[in-house]
Write a protein that binds this ligand. Structure first.
Ligand SMILES: [Zn+2]
Ligand SMILES: [Zn+2]
Length: 387
């Protein structure tokens, strides 16, 4: 087997290794060890061109499957103790070279970049680690989806039906919040919300918890104040309590099952009476049997869920009912009002024996107090202050 010097050392083969004939590559690494310096320089040049700012770096490398296979074969023959796996050696050597080339420290400190050396594709680049920001948002207007809703006719490619936008709705909460971070030079972002409201439902009050994942920001300085000011100025979405968090908060927010407060404006036929109000408020404490609403049947499996309605308060105003509802996470409120052709039992409609339609729905609060233990106390205290 023809081995380069680096691989001979990795495999504890006697040195000097046999000289490789010109035109043949090392049987173990295929010549990768001779390319490391050029790869680091290429990555450095790319970072400079892009204006990437970073304080420190760590190395991650990818090698062709044949390299790993060669290592596995040698480990079988000689045992683990005598073999240094190829990636360990590449990363160690690349670390030394990249420290020299960039003048930066190795190891996570400040804004840490990843030096990705990919000897499979031949693409080598520095890239900043993703940054995670927690916050709460209010949705002040209807007509926004939470995340980009791809057009179902073209799957996001853009067609006549969606006006070439590729999305079903022009704008989303995600896009509004992402725009606030344009100063960070991000490659893109992912949005994780603690549940979502329907497109035609607003969310005003305490705000819904979310985490936005900023992908590979070029800039070191990311200003949460600047982001908040810019998002709020646009006027469609209002954010607050922004704070940098670790990646772990994504799962916390995504898997959260918070009970929620709503305000519903309900039209009744015939018009509401004082007796209706008593009957509606008597739904406090009721458990609903709620079959998947007809309007979401295409997306969700048809089954019956039991949901608790903790509290209903109602009053008559302008011939309609204004109602505050506190309900278990995942309750479909519009169907709690209308009964959805009898698929939700009991409902506002069944309790009073009149046709009921939810004309306007606003989420007003999320019962998420346990999250306070996971966030810096100072930020939490701020979140509790009136705006
Ligand atoms: Zn080699
Ligand atoms: Zn389309």
């Amino acid at each position: 087997m023809e081995l380069c010097k680096a691989c001979a050392e990795r495999y504890s083969e006697p040195l000097p290794a046999r000289k490789i004939k010109p035109g043949t590559a090392c049987a173990a690494c295929g010549g990768i060890f001779e390319q490391i310096e050029a790869a680091c320089k290429e990555a450095r040049a790319g970072a400079r061109d892009a204006g990437l700012e970073f304080d420190s770096f760590r190395v991650a490398s990818t090698v062709p499957g044949a390299c790993d296979a060669a290592d596995t074969q040698m480990i079988r023959e000689k045992g683990y103790a005598k073999i240094t796996p190829i990636k360990n050696d590449i990363n160690r050597k690349a670390g030394i070279l990249a420290r020299k080339i960039t003048g930066k420290r190795q190891g996570a400190a400040g804004r840490c970049a990843i030096l990705r050396l990919n000897f499979r594709t031949g693409r080598h680049a520095f890239q900043n680690e993703n940054v995670f920001v927690f916050g709460r948002y209010e949705k002040l207007e209807v007509g926004l989806s939470q995340t980009k809703w791809l057009c179902s006719w073209c799957d996001g490619r853009g067609c006549k039906r969606c006006g070439m936008s590729g999305t079903r709705f022009e704008d989303s909460v995600h896009q509004q919040i992402e725009a606030g971070f344009s100063h960070a030079g991000i490659a893109g972002s992912k949005f994780h919300g603690s549940g979502r409201e329907d497109v035609d439902v607003r969310n005003i009050g305490e705000g819904r918890p979310f985490v936005i994942e900023l992908q590979s920001p070029l800039k070191k300085a990311i200003s949460l104040e600047k982001a908040q000011a810019m998002i709020n100025k646009a006027g469609k979405v209002r954010v607050r309590s922004l704070v940098f968090v670790s990646q772990g908060m994504v799962e916390v927010v995504k898997n959260s099952r918070f009970d929620k407060n709503y305000h519903a404006t309900v039209a009744l036929k015939p018009a509401p009476t004082a007796t209706d109000i008593k009957k509606l408020e008597a739904l406090s404490g009721a458990t609903l049997a709620q079959q998947t609403p007809e309007r979401v049947l295409r997306r969700r499996s048809d089954r019956t869920r039991m949901k608790k309605i903790f509290k209903v308060r109602a009053k008559i105003s302008d011939g309609k009912i204004e109602s505050d509802i506190f309900a278990e996470c995942g309750t479909y409120i519009k169907e709690l009002v209308s009964s959805d052709n009898g698929r939700t039992k009991p409902s506002f409609a069944s309790a009073i024996g009149k046709a009921a339609v939810c004309e306007d729905l606003v989420m007003t609060g999320v019962e998420d107090n346990y999250m306070s233990c996971l966030l810096p106390p100072r930020i939490w205290a701020k979140a509790q202050l009136p705006r």
